[in-house]
Design a protein around this ligand. Structure first.
Ligand SMILES: Cc1cc2nc3c(=O)[nH]c(=O)nc-3n(C[C@H](O)[C@H](O)[C@H](O)COP(=O)(O)OP(=O)(O)OC[C@H]3O[C@@H](n4cnc5c(N)ncnc54)[C@H](O)[C@@H]3O)c2cc1C
Length: 529
């Protein structure tokens, strides 16, 4: 691995790959990614990208829907900018080879637009229910044509290297990153003019999640340790409908199923969303997730059901091929049977504080995608706005980074030092702590919170943090250890943000303050290490 690049991109989801593509002509680029290059939250996105493309839709409506979901914490100018730039960025994606589903309209073809919770119009561009996989494929194929870009799979970023950490007192700047080569078990120094965090979200901090294993909040943890502000981590979106089946690890039943008329029912077959929200089963996700949580607790049943049996088998096979076959694999015929579902942690609305161009407070460090908090989502993300945000902000960051003066080289970066011990018996500590964090976050910091439960979580996380810290510096570096250290920090950031919000707003719902605080303007919760 060459150790010096103009641009180092951490993560190969939509944010990292879009940025890499847009800087590839301007300098050397390394894309560092924890597993194989396609493995990312992006790869599992089903519903699609929210974007105004139809004559029946307007930017104003998309802005209004986003602000409404965000419950007073969106930054309107950021929302408008991203919504209005969407069509241009989506067109570029199509030029790269991405193809979205179309349908006949009598005179020819038009985009087949899906509808999801909280959207007042059909505006979701999709590739059946495998939109994310197709986006990854298109971006990776385009990137493969660039000789300037090297992709390093199975390499995990551990920590950012800053001038302050190196002991300098003037001009703090991010100058690179320590990276674990997982196969070799070696930590390398990668020096860079600019580092982009595109490491995605943190669903794995919860016991039940729709996210794949890579989603351990590494980017937020690294930024926080480097002293960069992090905001609004209490706003974790729980997707209301994750397939409830022992054989289906983290499999999402897309909101688009409800967009096509799917109705939520309890075990007795009764609908329970009618009195909850005017949009019923298509209400915003937080409202649906809380209603399901309530229904599960009330009935004592382990799940509720999503019923789309009014649609024909042909339609379901055509529109939702991945969901249809996954359900069949689990013995559920969605054309004739309701699908058992439960809520699961899905999306991190907060993150590393950035400008709408992806710039963080630390010169040389940028953050884009789920890792970042631009002000688009506020207290609750509107469905399918995340792929849009990643696409738009990655493009902007790539333009902005090229206007920066060329940074001077940092030559004197010390080697990483880690402990020599590797006692197989002790590995049990890592797995035990992993499980404990995820279980306690699910039990104490889930969909419905209380101050007492949050305090209990805080106290346990405090001791877990100390234990992990001691272990971390004594033992040889492994990816599990890197992730465990990050997970315990992420869990603490979520709890601290939640404890300091004395109100219920958007995705943060606490029985101790069940209403929004209307006595002052809504505020972000900001933490800085
Ligand atoms: C099941 C599912 C369905 C979804 N459906 C939709 C949808 O329909 N529409 C929508 O808008 N959004 C959807 N989302 C959310 C959306 O997919 C994500 O928010 C978005 O893809 C995030 O993109 P990203 O590039 O920021 O991060 P990701 O796509 O998650 O990529 C993160 C990358 O960082 C790498 N990485 C992480 N840590 C490290 C490290 N320490 N070192 C090196 N590399 C690292 C990972 O390996 C990965 O390559 C869905 C999410 C899930 C899980």
């Amino acid at each position: 691995m060459d150790h010096r690049y103009d641009y180092v991109v951490l993560g190969s989801g939509i944010a990292g790959l879009t940025f890499a593509l847009n800087v590839a002509g301007k300098g050397s680029v390394a894309v560092i990614t924890k597993k194989n290059r396609a493995e990312s939250n992006t790869n599992y996105a089903q519903g699609g990208i929210a974007c105004v493309t139809s004559d029946e839709d307007t930017f104003d409506l998309h802005v209004r829907d986003t602000l409404e979901a965000g419950a007073g914490l969106c930054r309107e100018e950021v929302v408008r900018g991203i919504v209005e730039e969407g069509p241009a960025r989506v067109s570029e994606l199509i030029e790269l080879g991405m193809s979205f589903c179309e349908r006949e309209n009598g005179t020819g073809h038009e985009l087949d637009l899906g509808k999801e919770g909280g959207h007042s119009k059909r505006r979701i561009l999709h590739a059946k229910d495998i939109t994310g996989r197709e986006i990854e494929k298109a971006l990776l194929a385009a990137l493969a044509r660039h000789p300037n870009v090297a992709i390093f799979e199975n390499h995990a970023a551990i920590d950012l290297i800053t001038r302050r950490k190196l002991g300098f007192t003037t001009e703090n700047r991010c100058v690179g990153v320590y990276v674990l080569d997982v196969a070799a078990g070696r930590v390398e120094i990668v020096a860079a003019g600019h580092v982009l965090l595109a490491t995605g979200g943190c669903g794995k901090v919860y016991l039940y999640t729709t996210n794949p294993d890579i989603a351990t909040g590494d980017g937020v943890a690294m930024a926080y340790r480097a002293g960069v502000p992090v905001a609004n981590m209490e706003f974790i979106q729980f997707h209301p409908t994750c397939l409830f089946h022992p054989g289906a690890k983290s499999f999402l039943i897309s909101e688009a199923v409800r967009g096509e008329g799917g109705v939520l029912r309890n075990a007795a077959g009764q609908t329970f969303m009618d009195g909850v929200h005017p949009l019923k089963s298509l209400a915003p996700r937080d409202i649906v997730a809380r209603a399901i949580d309530r229904e599960i607790k009330r009935s004592g049943q382990p799940c509720v059901y999503l019923d789309i049996t009014h649609q024909s088998r042909e339609f379901l096979q055509q529109r939702f091929p991945a969901i249809y076959s996954k359900c069949l694999e689990c013995g559920i015929d969605m054309a004739t049977q309701p699908i058992p579902v439960v809520p699961a942690a899905h999306y991190q609305c907060g993150g590393v504080v950035t400008t709408p161009q992806g710039r963080t407070s630390l010169p040389g460090l940028w953050a884009v995608g789920e890792v970042a908090c631009t002000g688009l989502h506020g207290a609750n993300r509107l469905a399918s706005n995340s792929l849009l945000e990643a696409l738009v902000v990655a493009h902007r960051a790539a333009l902005a980074v090229q206007k920066e003066p060329k940074p001077s080289r940092q030559d004197d970066i010390p080697e990483w030092e880690s402990g020599p011990a590797q006692d197989a018996d002790e590995l049990v500590v890592i797995y035990h702590n992993w499980r404990e964090i995820r279980q306690l976050m699910w039990d104490y910091v889930g969909i419905v919170r209380t101050t007492k439960r949050l305090q209990r979580a805080a106290s346990r996380l405090h001791s877990l943090g100390a234990e992990v810290q001691e272990y971390y510096w004594n033992y040889k570096m492994t990816v599990d250890l890197v992730e465990l250290r990050n997970l315990v920090l992420i869990a603490s950031l979520i709890v601290d943000c939640a404890l300091s919000r004395h109100e219920s707003r958007g995705l943060h719902y606490t029985l101790d303050y069940p209403k929004p605080n209307l006595s002052r303007p809504p505020r972000d919760t900001i933490l800085q290490g």
